[in-house]
Design a protein around this ligand. Structure first.
Ligand code: ADP
Ligand code: MG
Length: 639
């Protein structure tokens, strides 16, 4: 019957578009593919130029081998490559590319122009492809190497084009791709321009650390610890940052396999494990690591963008990475300078107080080290070698009963303002949806001052309530109170912000500056005022009073990490909510922090002010109740 669809071969154009759909997601993907090609062509200098985030123009100029005139048409034909011949070669890949689909895909969805000249030729040759329409090659003037221009990306796929984000965001992605390639190949000269301005000029560097220094500045470079190991033909080398440097996302972790940037969950996990107990839960270490192993031991042909690979012996690699890092850390006296931001014991008279969790980590680490280490190293395993959370801070605790209300608001919001339902406008879905059903009901009691309450484990408050006993997570509750407080402040435009006498300069990448400037208004509402100051420097002129105790540069970097976390495009409200969560979490008292009786009272007194006292903004419960009935039952008082 004719009405049944019949099978037919797709046209080359459709095939290329399908491939483009997998490989070319945004301007940054084009930049990645072209950079890979220039590296494969053994270029020593590669210049990338983009206009308006790359959607208007991407131009790459390299001084590599160039393409033979007779091969020019093949270069833009799919499944045509100079890099492999047989299927066996797939397990011997020494180049970045090998599928022969990138140029064909790019040329299918843009106005593409390639000029190239090989060293033994007197003139160059040019090829133009207009959204898949190939024009005959023409001779042209051209230096040795290859110049590729990609204009109006997604010109013929409007849906893709519509999905592009702001120019700033797209440029941020381009800049990230550029960074990955530049870090993977420190010996090559790289230049990145955006809208005719030089963003990065990276002369050839003798080593990775030199390149890292240029990119991230001396401050980070000085905190980098060299690591290296070799076992069974696998070499791991690179730099891992001192635990005092960390990020709120994994964005500071770079992993390269034989010169290719990759992502690997298992190795990321190994990295986190290595830093366990050294960085705070929820923070991520920074590291730049290279893996060198024979190409037969890994399949690089498992992901459209080749950013994920499959190792033949992933477990072995996991163990090697973990032990390389840990033995390096243990051979150093890291403990003295640890300053884990936000986690501090406030009572210097109890220096070595640790939470059960910290104790457990320490035990685990010690056990691990015992099996693993040379006798000499064990001297660092005195009980306090890893007491990062207990570094006694002289930072005085604010006595809320004696300080003036203005200062007190840094810690606890004043009890005055009424927490109206207006806050529901910004209500976080997370909070509502994640409420566990079996959450024990508890009285949202009114706490008179002088209520009997005690602190346990420096982390929980135990108080009597209307129908039993309540156990409250001090951090979760305070976070929730601050969150509500801030949210109300924002709704009424009253976030207390403090002007800095001397604005703080923050060094970032140009892409990062763009991302922050994009969100300037939102940041303004939260009490952060920023200004552009040169292409890769930001000025912080005001910041929210409630965060005055925190490292401001770190704060801005954390905000940036939040803004750059990939996901569906966040609305302004999402971003605001995300940052609210972050700010309240940072400003809240911590688990492990000893509280004075007045502080406990103050916390409890404010408990009824919040709309959802049972959950912190992340959706964790703030309290649980043991009812009189339950207690009686437990102790056999009831039948
Ligand atoms: P692949 O890199 O997987 O081979 P591409 O579509 O990216 O596929 O490129 C096709 C071919 O074009 C490459 O195999 C290479 O021979 C040639 N080529 C692409 N870019 C360059 C360049 N910048 N310099 C020299 N040759 C290039
Ligand atoms: Mg390629």
């Amino acid at each position: 019957m004719d009405s049944y669809p019949r099978i037919h071969q797709l046209s080359t154009s459709v095939i290329n578009k399908i491939a483009a759909g997998e490989v070319i997601e945004r301007p940054a993907s084009v930049v990645k593919e072209l950079l890979d090609n220039s590296v494969d062509a053994l270029a020593s200098r590669i210049e990338v130029e983009v206009v308006n985030g790359g959607s208007e123009l991407i131009r790459i100029v390299d001084d590599g081998e160039g393409i033979h005139a007779d091969d020019l048409l093949l270069a833009v034909t799919s499944h045509a490559t100079s890099k492999i011949t047989s299927a066996e070669d797939l397990f011997q890949v020494q180049t970045m590319g090998f599928r022969g689909e990138a140029l064909a895909s790019i040329a299918e969805v843009s106005h593409f122009r390639l000029r190239t000249r090989q060293a033994d030729q007197t003139s160059g040759i040019e090829l133009q492809v207009n959204v898949g329409e190939i024009s005959p090659p023409q001779p042209c003037g051209c230096p040795v190497g290859t110049i590729i221009e990609v204009k109006n990306l997604f010109a013929n796929t409007p849906v893709r084009r519509k999905f592009l984000k702001t120019k700033g965001t797209e440029f941020g992605h381009v800049s990230e791709q550029f960074l990955r390639t530049a870090l993977a190949h420190p010996r090559l000269h790289f230049v990145l321009r955006h809208n005719n301005k030089i963003v990065y000029e990276l002369p050839p560097a003798a080593s990775l650390i030199d390149r890292l220094r240029v990119f991230y500045g001396n401050a980070l470079a000085e905190k980098l610890i060299a690591v290296e190991s070799e076992a069974d033909g696998i070499r791991i080398w690179g730099f891992a940052a001192h635990p005092s440097e960390s990020k709120s996302t994994r964005k500071g972790q770079y992993l390269f396999l034989n010169g290719r940037w990759i992502q690997d969950r298992s190795l990321q996990h190994a990295l986190s494990e290595a830093y366990r107990g050294l960085v705070m839960v929820g923070r991520h270490p920074i590291a730049f690591l290279n893996l060198e192993l024979s190409p037969e031991l890994v399949d690089v042909n498992v992901h459209p963008q080749k950013s994920e690979v499959r190792f033949q012996n992933g477990q072995q690699l996991y163990r090697q990475l973990l032990s390389t890092l840990r033995s390096q850390f243990l051979s150093m006296e890291l403990d003295t300078s640890f300053q884990v931001s936000g986690m501090q014991s406030n009572d210097s008279t109890i220096p070595n107080e640790k939470s059960p969790e910290q104790r457990e980590m320490q035990m685990e680490l010690a056990t691990w080290a015992k099996d693993k280490l040379t006798p000499g190293a064990s001297k660092f395993l005195s009980p306090d070698a890893y007491s990062v959370f207990a570094s006694p801070e002289t930072d005085e605790m604010v006595d809320l009963s004696t300080v003036d209300p203005q200062t007190a608001s840094n810690y606890f919001p004043p009890t005055g303002p009424t927490f109206t339902k207006a806050s529901a406008e910004l209500a976080s879905d997370e909070t509502e949806n994640t409420q566990p059903e079996n959450q024990p009901a508890s009285a949202t009691g009114h706490y008179e001052t002088g209520y009997s309450v005690m602190q346990a484990l420096n982390s929980y408050l135990i108080a009597e309530c209307a129908d039993g006993v309540m156990i409250i997570d001090q951090h979760a509750l305070h976070e929730r109170i601050l969150y509500e407080y801030l949210r109300n402040r924002i709704l009424s435009d009253k976030v207390e912000s403090q002007k800095l006498l001397v604005p703080e300069t923050i060094e970032l990448s140009a892409g990062e500056v763009a991302v922050l400037l994009d969100q300037r208004e939102t940041l303004d509402q939260l009490g952060f005022e920023i200004e552009e100051f040169g292409k890769s420097t930001l000025l912080l002129t005001s910041y929210p009073v409630m965060l005055s105790k925190l490292d401001r540069t770190q704060l801005i970097r954390d905000i940036l990490d939040q803004l750059q976390t990939p996901g569906q495009k966040p609305t302004r409200r999402d971003i605001m909510d995300e940052l609210l969560h972050m700010m309240s979490c940072k400003a809240a008292i911590k688990a492990g922090q000893r509280l004075k009786p007045e502080e406990m009272q103050s916390l409890l007194a404010q408990r009824h002010l919040i709309d959802d006292a049972h959950h912190c903004p992340h959706g964790r419960p703030t309290a649980m109740t043991l009812s009189r009935n339950e207690l009686d039952k437990q102790f056999g008082r009831l039948g």
